[in-house]
Design a protein around this ligand. Structure first.
Ligand code: GLP
Length: 264
């Protein structure tokens, strides 16, 4: 696990944007795994700015999102389909037929989970997976005690996650209880992972993920077993860590920066 501490959210987003841009410049065809949530908004903003300045193109990119709510229309402002269009897809050159999200409106949601798994394989697997983290340590919507070997499936949200989503949906009772989420086993098959976490609210989960023992009670701890994980956090999110970690400026001035993006 390569942990990199940014001064604040702004530096975190700029570094993550730089990281993915370098990645795309260095690889011809990339399958990107994408995440949603507030943390990712600033990161997408940086990517869109870089695209507008002509620094990056998404023409040869295929994307797979981590999750979607079951039974929520794609035009609903809280759906992840809507989020992705609003913050990213509508502003860059990713072909419409190269963007994939689980279909939360599918008649047969279980068959949809299997289809999604097959599709990821057909496209060659995920090269670089973006991840956020929930306050309870969830990744995608793999809530605590999810099997660390799980595949894409339907999950019921824990109360704490429902609470975290309540404001957006206009009240707890309006938050959908079921979601389709990539499984932890599915996520772990990605070749590289870039995890972003910001703010004091994530400090406990980050401490467990980076320095705690591996366990399903905090699904993000499984990332310790992955060979190529980058965890980029701001100082607030890293405030409970006890060891000293790299900073954004130390990484950017490293003469081996190029290797770094290859995960070497
Ligand atoms: C949701 C998403 C996760 C995301 C998490 C954190 O639960 N399914 O993929 O990591 O929110 O979101 P935020 O960045 O808003 O804290």
């Amino acid at each position: 696990m390569k942990v990199i501490v940014a001064k604040d959210y702004d530096e975190l987003c700029r570094f993550a944007g730089h990281f993915v841009t370098r990645w795309l410049q260095m690889h011809e065809r990339v399958v990107l795994g994408l995440a949603t949530g507030n943390t990712m908004i600033g990161f997408y903003k940086v990517l869109v700015e870089k695209y507008r300045r002509g620094e990056v193109s998404f023409k040869n990119v295929v994307t797979f999102n981590l999750d979607e709510f079951v039974g929520v229309e794609v035009t609903h402002e809280q759906s992840y389909h809507y989020y992705m269009k609003k913050h990213f897809f509508d502003h860059v050159d990713i072909a419409e037929d190269a963007r994939f999200l689980p279909d939360g409106l599918a008649k047969d949601v279980l068959a949809e989970c299997e289809r999604y798994e097959r599709l990821i394989k057909e496209k060659g697997g995920i090269d670089l997976m973006m991840l956020g983290i929930g306050k309870n340590g969830h990744i995608a919507f793999n809530e605590p005690t999810s099997s660390l070997a799980s595949r894409t499936r339907v999950k019921r949200l824990e109360d704490e996650t429902v609470e975290a989503l309540a404001q957006g949906f206009g009240g707890k009772e309006k938050v959908p209880r079921y979601v389709i989420t990539m499984g932890i086993g599915t996520i772990m098959e990605s070749r590289h992972i870039l995890m972003l976490a910001s703010g004091k609210g994530k400090a406990c989960a980050v401490k467990d993920m980076v320095e705690g023992p591996i366990g399903a009670y905090c699904p993000a701890t499984v990332l310790q077993l992955h060979p190529h994980v980058f965890v980029v956090i701001d100082e607030d999110a890293g405030s409970l860590l006890t060891r000293k970690y790299d900073t954004v400026s130390s990484v950017l001035s490293d003469p081996y920066e190029e290797y770094f993006y290859e995960g070497k």
